[in-house]
Write a protein that binds this ligand. Sequence first.
Ligand SMILES: [Zn+2]
Length: 281
Amino acid sequence: MENQLKNRFHFKVGTFDCLVINDGSIVGTAEMLFVNAPASELGQTIRAHGLKPDHLPSTWSCLLVKTADHLALIDTGLGSGQSAGGNLMPILADEGVAPTDIDTVILTHGHPDHIGGGVTESGEPAFPQATYFMGKDEWLYWTSEETLAQESEWMADFARRKLGPLTAVLQTVADGQEIVPGIRAVSAPGHTVGQTAVHMASDGEQLLFMADVALHPIHVEHPGWVSQMDANPAQTVQTRHKLFQWAVDHDALVLAYHFPPFPSLGRIIANGDGWEWQVID
Ligand SMILES: [Zn+2]
């Protein structure tokens, strides 16, 4: 249980009760995360952060939000039965949340570490009372055999197993659409074709769930450095500029799914012509 307690974090956004749950952790490398960074500048930046290029820890920070009338889960981790992850369900259970309590599940994009926990190993929706939501372009991409052919067989098969069973319970969303009162979709393409970030507002406070717009705090300082996982690099950079500045302008709390340390919460602050990530303890 001690380990689990480090994997959950309660906080509030206005009147919304929020719980960050770490489904699992992995270690990435600079080679994966910053494919186009000039070598010497990258080396310097990584050293300045006190990090090692072949050991960059990463979280899977899912968010549970209790509003006045809804219980919403944003992203679901990798799910059980994989070589990593799968902590979401045991932590929910330990927090007294039954799968049937959750009425809204938002999937930011179709990568395995975001959709895996949404469907059980036996192929049923893991949250049987919930309506699931995903950006329309994203849903069409990951559920069409034509576009899945561009992905590795593992990614394609994962999407078939984890999205196929949601066909009857998933609604697609458009940019700006309110999903439940106080929670809306924000189009954030680039990392994937139709990624959706999530904006939450309650009682004058705001949170931006940034999903994989940026994968590491260094991407905030260097928004032009993209990762191997970013499908469209130019669009990734464009979306970062738009959302980073939005977060600054609105003084929003930001949850960045993969940012260490857990619970991946911080603020984006202006720094000269650019931005910087400020961790919230
Ligand atoms: Zn991810």
